[in-house]
Design a binder for this molecule. Structure first.
Ligand SMILES: [Zn+2]
Length: 158
């Protein structure tokens, strides 16, 4: 690491500190020639995750956009405040664990639906109706019927 003041290459680390729960390390360095102190940051390079849309458009995976979509579906539902955030984290972790650098957007959508299905059925239907753009009421009814059937006797709360 070259000294920003004199350009000397011989510098040493005088202090190291973990930031962002250890995702970043901040180092204070000192130039051995002119004693100038400067700071460097070291971060883990997260592998790029590319989402390929149906029309072939490629976009970097956007965890925040996913969280926003989930949050919207969960609006005013009786769930934990961080339900959308945790679901988005879990989905990102699952996508990254799969190890592929490119994933179809339908995979992200399917994981989001799966997560919402577990968290809250109303949120799931909200999300699914937008995401799957139900062709007509019959499709929507079929989806709701499936949920009822899974819930078993008594069905969803009336
Ligand atoms: Zn220097």
């Amino acid at each position: 690491m070259r000294c920003p003041h004199c350009g000397e290459r011989d510098t040493r680390v005088v202090d190291s500190r973990d930031l962002d729960e250890s995702a970043t390390i901040r180092r204070r360095r000192e130039c051995n020639a002119c004693a100038t102190r400067f700071t460097t940051y070291e971060r883990i390079e997260a592998a790029r995750l590319i989402v390929v849309k149906r029309d072939g458009v490629r976009q970097e995976f956007d965890r925040d956009k996913l969280a926003t979509g989930l949050r919207k579906a969960l609006t005013r539902r009786p769930v934990a405040d961080d339900a959308a955030e945790s679901a988005a984290d879990a989905i990102e972790a699952e996508l990254r664990a799969a190890g592929a650098s490119e994933i179809p957007s339908s995979r992200v959508g399917a994981l989001a639906m799966e997560a919402l299905r577990r968290i809250d059925h109303i949120a799931y239907i909200r999300f699914a109706s937008v995401y799957q753009s139900f062709e007509d009421l019959e499709d929507l009814k079929r989806e709701v019927d499936t949920l009822y059937a899974e819930k078993g006797n008594g069905g969803l709360a009336k």
